[in-house]
Write a protein that binds this ligand. Structure first.
Ligand SMILES: [Zn+2]
Ligand SMILES: [Zn+2]
Ligand SMILES: [Zn+2]
Length: 353
């Protein structure tokens, strides 16, 4: 994540809606990919002040800001839309009747905007349902249990909501936005890491597998490395939940769950690739990492891994000093690294285009 600056010079963050120093309104301009200060123009329109790349442009606030105060992205004034580029990807919002749902939905949209920003940075195509009704990207945020009980009690008459991906539609159970419920699920699943942004990165990995790998030029190399995804998915998942990961998973997979099926291996590896790229980007922005002295090309995969290993070890040590869990509780074995390198090569043409 980038460090952004207000018109007044104050450092501002991706989630901000107002500068705490000069009190200017702030918003994120998706098409320019920057946070910007705003001057009021009239009741609904805002103008970017002088200086900077998008000087003078006129925007409206996303309707989810006006109505619910949960979005800081902007809509260009000439756009026919009321919602921003991120909110337009949400197909279903949770029932806002239960009082806690608004805050949980807010967290989901915030994590989603972070994801979309990362996808913009990597130059990856984002095709929504409006353009591709059958396979376009969309998000359903749904509840199947009572938020007031930290999601321990099922809601009457609701089917269980499984977080997952199908034909471009990513479903997230809003219980994942509840810290207590998510920690309990992490314990039950025996995981070391479970976050909202992690869910978004994993599930969007399935979307990109369908777009970038399925039936394309990479499919043979994918199958050599990850296995044949035509293996029965339902049976493979059941076997994983019954028997757990194979004893040698730590030599081949990034996580135990990655061993369940070649699709899950891809999605887990994809999520880690996005973790690494975004966290390195943030650390570089705050001058916490240095390039290895032999580095010629900052996009070189080995140099990327060198910087990441150094940063991950440092972050974990710093967290331990604060009495917190490891920030990156994983070891990247040779097999997992080769898969990350593959994803790096798949993404490269988009990023450099
Ligand atoms: Zn300011
Ligand atoms: Zn929005
Ligand atoms: Zn998955």
């Amino acid at each position: 994540m980038r460090d952004f600056y207000c018109q007044c010079g104050n450092s501002i963050f991706f989630r901000n809606t107002r500068c705490l120093v000069c009190q200017r309104q702030l918003g994120f301009a998706p098409e320019a990919r920057i946070m910007t200060a705003l001057e009021p123009l009239d009741a609904t329109r805002w103008q970017v002040p002088a200086a900077g790349r998008i000087e003078g442009r006129i925007y409206r606030r996303c309707q989810n800001y006006a109505q619910y105060d949960i979005c800081n992205w902007l809509v260009p004034d000439e756009s026919p839309h009321h919602f921003c580029a991120s909110c337009r990807l949400t197909r279903t919002i949770p029932d806002l009747g239960p009082p806690r749902h608004l805050e949980l939905w807010n967290r989901l949209e915030s994590a989603k905007r972070h994801l979309i920003f990362n996808l913009y940075q990597l130059g990856l195509p984002i095709v929504g349902r409006a353009e591709d009704p059958d396979f376009g990207l969309a998000f359903d945020f749904l509840a199947d249990a009572d938020a007031e009980t930290e999601f321990t009690e099922a809601l009457a008459g609701r089917d269980p909501i499984a977080t997952g991906h199908a034909n471009g539609v990513i479903t997230i159970n809003i219980a994942e936005a509840d810290d207590v419920a998510r920690a309990r699920m992490r314990e039950q699943m025996g995981e070391h890491y479970r976050t909202l942004i992690g869910h978004f990165r994993h599930e969007v990995g399935h979307y990109y597998w369908a777009r970038l790998i399925d039936g394309g030029a990479w499919i043979d190399e994918y199958r050599d490395m990850f296995g044949d995804e035509r293996a029965d998915y339902g049976q493979a998942l059941q076997a994983h939940y019954d028997n757990g990961a194979p004893p040698d998973w730590q030599e081949r997979f990034v996580t135990p769950y990655a061993s369940a099926h070649p699709w899950e291996d891809w999605a887990e590896s994809w999520a880690h690739y996005l973790h690494i790229r975004d966290t390195l980007d943030t650390a570089t922005e705050y001058q916490l990492v240095r390039s290895p002295p032999w580095e010629q090309d900052p996009r070189d995969f080995d140099a990327l891994m060198h910087r990441w290993t150094h940063l991950a070890i440092g972050m974990n040590a710093v967290n331990r000093s604060m009495g917190l869990a490891d920030a990156y509780p994983f070891v990247l074995n040779a097999g997992a690294r080769a898969k990350l390198d593959f994803i790096h090569r798949v993404i490269e043409p988009f990023e450099t285009a």
